[in-house]
Write a protein that binds this ligand. Sequence first.
Ligand code: ASP
Ligand code: MG
Length: 403
Amino acid sequence: MLIVQKFGGTSVGDLERIQNVANRVSATKKDGNDVVVVVSAMSGETNKLVGYAQHFSKNPAQAEMDMLLSAGERVTASLLSIALQEMGHEATAMTGRKAGIVTDKHHTKARIEEINPQAMHEALGGGKIVVVAGFQGVNENGDVTTLGRGGSDLSAVAIAGALKADLCEIYTDVSGIFTTDPRIEPKAKKLDKISYEEMLELASLGAKVLQNRSVEMAKKLNVNLVTRTSFSDEEGTLITKEENIMEAPLVSGIALDRNQARISLMGVKDRPGIASDFFNRLADEEVNVDMIIQNKSHDDTTNIDFTVPVGDLQDAKKIVDSFVQDGEIKADSYNEDICKVSVVGVGMRSHTGVAAKAFSIMADNNININMIATSEIKISMVIDEKYAELAVRSLHDAYELDK
Ligand code: ASP
Ligand code: MG
């Protein structure tokens, strides 16, 4: 098999851990596999480099930041390659450029445009273990670019796609994807398998084990992803195509997003184009709107409620204020003490009653539902923040996710 193994910052956090990674890579190679390793910087290293730059400037040039930050991953890639060579393996460390990762020009959050894998193919063909510095590429001018924080996951998935690897293993300090946050529900179970679609819903809802862009890319390139821990031999969670999951459970997980705020607009002028004007302004300011509800009121105005991440609230308020000043909106109010609980599962596609059950559970626990949104594989409910844990545990129980 051809396996891509990606090790995150904590997995390469010190020299002893880099040696442990070398041992694992060595064992994978000795099992008869071809191995490409992608590494992050040692944990804390990227932040340290950011701090160095800030010592000299509040607003350093982004091209310089990319040169600087890409160094962290080069350190771990070279050290790991040296450790592997010392163990008797043929290994070679590569920068993003050498690995053929070509990006657009967008410094500090570049998108991968193509991968030219000749150098990796040649090294693998010669029996070598390839160790690639994650998080970085090169643009058409030859400048170093980076892929955005947490971007080494993306490097690994893109490389696995380009090499048509059989498997892309992402090693972190958690052992896989759980049915819900084990800190809230200790009975949460690790999932053996989950579909790309479900993973994307769970990730965007707060289960941040994998960078979202990397799951999207895995789906697009059909890469079988496994997340697992580098601190034991415990099997992880396979993230794959829905067809590869034989008996999909009705519900795979319960996600919680505490980071939402609700904005209520009263007396919104009821004219064609008002929603378009308002939400386009929010989009221009990159405010991330999630749920939207509109009700007609008695006069010829309407009420609109919507949610945004807490971090976007100030930007949203400014836009609301300007609509209030223009007389398009009569009144507004804000609530940060809410959260969003979501039930996620591809099994919902072919079963009815999943939503009704979620609503009954809320009713049984006397939890008022403020907003509801559904998709083919997800039911989301906005509720008061103080009920967050009760809601998660009750839903987890009701769908028997601990079984
Ligand atoms: N070292 C980079 C960061 O901290 C990339 C990564 O770890 O994936 O964001
Ligand atoms: Mg990371």
